[in-house]
Design a protein around this ligand. Structure first.
Ligand SMILES: *[C@@H]1O[C@H](CO)[C@@H](O)[C@H](O)[C@H]1NC(C)=O
Ligand SMILES: *[C@@H]1O[C@H](CO)[C@@H](O)[C@H](O)[C@H]1NC(C)=O
Ligand SMILES: *[C@@H]1O[C@H](CO)[C@@H](O)[C@H](O)[C@H]1NC(C)=O
Ligand SMILES: *[C@@H]1O[C@H](CO)[C@@H](O)[C@H](O)[C@H]1NC(C)=O
Ligand SMILES: *[C@@H]1O[C@H](CO)[C@@H](O)[C@H](O)[C@H]1NC(C)=O
Length: 485
C-alpha cells in the first residue's frame, strides 16, 4: 500500500507546482476597485537567466507611455515581472506594457467599481455547475496572495458561513446553489486589505428519468359528511416535464361542485419533482358518494393512476365538544377541592376535633374512668376497698357504688373492706357496703407498717383466693411490696 502512495504524492506536488503559475496571460483584465491587484509577465524562459536585463513597466497614457518606475506612488510596486497595486483604483484603468530587452507584453486593464450592496462583483464571478449528489467543493485558494493571507472567510450569498472549513466540501444538494465568496485578508504596510474570489454555483439534476409514481395507496377511501367541503390531495414523484391531472368526468358531465386546483411542483433533493394537485369538492352531496375520483401521472415511460372514493362517515355517538370540555373542567375542579379538603383535614384534625367538641358540649371524661373500673372488676375475683376519709368524694362514691353493683349482683366477686377510717365517720356510704358480712371487714388500727406475721395481714391473706404454692418460685415475687418494709 505504502509503495503505491508515493507516486500519488509526487503527482499531487507536481499538480500544485504547475498551478503556481500565476502570470497574467490574458489581454483583457478586469479588477475591482479597492482590492490588491497584480499583473505578472509570463516568462517563456526561467526567471534567473534574464535577471540581468533591465525590466520596464509602462502605462500607456493618451500622450504616450509613462515609465512607472519614474512615477512614485506608494500604491504601485514594481517587482521584476510583477506590477502590484495596493490597492487598485478606478483611475488605474488603461493599457499597461512590460518590456524586457526585445520581449514585450501588453494588457488592457478595466477597473470596475465595488458593488455597494453586495460583497462581490457580478462581473467577476466564476460560474460552475455541479450535479446533485456529486461532490461540491469551494476551494478558497489564491495562487498569488495565499502566502500573505493569514485569514480566509467564506460567505454564501454574502452571509458568513458557520462551518468555515476550507476547502468547503460536501455532497451537492439543490439548496447549495448560490454565490460563494472567499475573502482573503492580507496585511501590507500595516494596512488591512481583502481580496475576493466568488463562485456562482448552480446545482443541476441528473438526467436519468423516472417512471411517475403517485404517493399513497392506489385506492384511497375518504370519509365525508354531507354538506361539508373536502379536499383530495393527489401527489406524485415525477420528472420536470411529466403531467399530473384529475379525471372527474361522468357520462352526464362534470359535477358542478367539483373544482380542480393548480399543479404545484417542488424540486426534491434528489433532483426530481414532487407535484401536487388538489381536487376541491364543495358541499358534498349523495351524487359525490361511491364515485371514483381518479388522478393520473404520466410520461412517455409510464403511467400511474389512483382512485379516491368518498364514503359517508358513520354516525358516531359522540359527546359534543363543548359539553365534554365543560364536564372535564367541573371534574377537575371537584377533584382539586376534595384533595384540598382532605389535606386540610389531616393538617388541622386536632383543631377540628376541639372545635367539634366545643359546639357539641360532649364530655367523655366520666365514662372513661367508669369503663376502666368495669373492665378491672370483670377480671377480678376479689374487690378490696380501702375506706379513707380523704379519698371519699362524691364522684368516687358514684363509681364505687356502680362497681359494687357489678361485683355483687352480676358477678360472683367477693369484697374485702379495709377500714382505714371507721365507717361511722362517713355521712354517706353505699347501702351494700353496710350489709357486708363482718368477717369481710378488716380494721386498720396501727399507725405504722405491720410485720408479715401480724394478725391483720394473715386475715387479709385468708380472705384472698387460695393459690397453689409453686416450690421453685422465689418467695419475694409472690409477696406484696408492703410486706417487705
Ligand atoms: C474589504 O475591503 C473593502 C475596502 O477595500 C471594504 O469595503 C470591505 O468591507 C472589506 N470586506 C470585508 C469582508 O471586510
Ligand atoms: C450564475 O449562474 C446562473 C446559472 O448558470 C446564471 O443564470 C446566472 O446569470 C449566473 N450569475 C452571474 C452573476 O453570472
Ligand atoms: C495576520 O498578520 C498580521 C501581520 O503579519 C499579524 O499582525 C496578525 O496577528 C496576523 N493575524 C493572524 C490571525 O494570524
Ligand atoms: C399534498 O400532499 C403533498 C405530499 O404529502 C404535500 O407536500 C402538499 O403540501 C399537500 N398539499 C396540500 C395543499 O395540503
Ligand atoms: C377510476 O379508476 C377506476 C379503477 O382504475 C375505474 O374503474 C374507474 O372507471 C375510473 N373512473 C373514472 C371516472 O375514470
Amino acid at each position: 500500500m505504502h509503495c503505491r502512495e508515493i507516486p500519488l504524492t509526487v503527482w499531487v506536488l507536481m499538480f500544485i507546482s504547475t498551478s503556481e503559475e500565476t502570470c497574467t496571460s490574458r489581454l483583457h483584465i478586469t479588477a475591482v476597485e479597492g482590492e490588491p491587484f497584480y499583473l505578472k509577465y509570463c516568462s517563456s524562459s526561467p526567471e534567473h537567466g534574464k535577471k540581468t536585463t533591465t525590466i520596464k513597466w509602462y502605462k500607456n497614457e493618451s500622450h504616450g507611455p509613462v515609465d512607472l518606475s519614474l512615477r512614485s506612488s506608494p500604491r504601485i510596486l514594481l517587482r521584476d515581472y510583477v506590477l502590484e497595486f495596493w490597492p487598485v483604483e478606478l483611475s488605474d484603468s488603461g493599457s499597461y506594457s512590460f518590456q524586457m530587452g526585445n520581449d514585450t507584453h501588453d494588457w488592457k486593464l478595466n477597473v470596475i467599481p465595488r458593488s455597494p450592496h453586495s460583497c462581490f462583483t457580478e462581473k467577476l464571478v466564476m460560474s460552475k455547475a455541479v450535479e446533485v449528489k456529486k461532490s461540491l467543493q469551494i476551494p478558497c485558494e489564491h495562487n498569488y496572495y495565499q502566502q500573505l493571507a493569514n485569514r480566509t472567510v467564506l460567505y454564501k450569498n454574502c452571509e458568513k458561513m458557520e462551518n468555515n472549513q476550507n476547502p468547503f466540501l460536501k455532497n451537492a444538494e439543490f439548496k447549495d446553489q448560490g454565490y460563494y465568496t472567499c475573502v482573503f485578508f492580507l496585511h501590507h504596510n500595516g494596512k488591512l486589505f481583502n481580496v475576493t474570489k466568488t463562485f456562482n454555483i448552480t446545482i443541476v439534476g441528473d438526467h436519468s428519468n423516472i417512471i411517475p409514481a403517485l404517493l399513497g395507496p392506489k385506492i384511497e377511501e375518504v370519509k365525508v359528511e354531507l354538506g361539508k367541503d373536502i379536499q383530495l390531495n393527489c401527489s406524485a414523484l415525477l420528472n420536470e416535464k411529466d403531467i399530473i391531472y384529475w379525471n372527474t368526468w361522468r357520462k352526464n358531465g362534470k359535477d358542478p361542485n367539483v373544482h380542480e386546483g393548480e399543479v404545484t411542483r417542488i424540486r426534491t433533493s434528489e433532483g426530481k419533482w414532487l407535484a401536487s394537485t388538489i381536487l376541491r369538492i364543495e358541499n358534498v352531496n349523495t351524487r359525490n358518494l361511491n364515485f371514483s375520483y381518479n388522478c393520473t401521472a404520466v410520461n412517455e415511460g409510464g403511467i400511474d393512476t389512483k382512485s379516491f372514493l368518498l364514503l359517508l362517515k358513520e354516525d358516531m355517538v359522540d359527546i359534543p365538544g363543548h359539553v365534554f370540555t365543560r364536564g372535564m373542567i367541573v371534574a377537575v375542579v371537584i377533584s382539586v377541592v376534595v384533595v384540598c379538603l382532605v389535606t386540610m383535614g389531616v393538617i388541622y384534625r386536632v383543631d377540628l376535633v376541639l372545635f367539634y367538641r366545643h359546639f357539641m358540649g360532649r364530655d367523655e371524661t366520666l365514662t372513661a374512668v367508669v369503663d376502666e373500673i368495669h373492665s378491672l372488676i370483670e377480671k377480678s375475683r376479689r374487690l378490696i376497698i380501702v375506706l379513707s376519709k380523704s379519698y371519699m368524694s362524691s364522684e368516687v362514691r358514684y363509681e364505687l357504688e356502680s362497681g359494687l353493683h357489678e361485683a355483687l349482683v352480676e358477678r360472683k366477686i367477693k369484697i374485702i373492706l379495709i377500714e382505714f377510717t371507721p365507717v361511722g365517720d362517713f355521712r354517706f356510704l353505699p347501702q351494700s357496703l353496710k350489709l357486708l358480712k363482718s368477717h369481710r371487714v378488716l380494721k386498720w388500727k396501727a399507725d405504722k407498717s405491720l410485720s408479715y406475721n401480724s394478725r391483720f395481714w394473715k386475715n387479709l391473706l385468708y380472705l384472698m383466693p387460695a393459690k397453689a404454692v409453686k416450690p421453685c418460685r422465689d418467695e419475694s415475687e409472690v409477696l406484696p411490696v408492703l410486706l417487705k418494709s
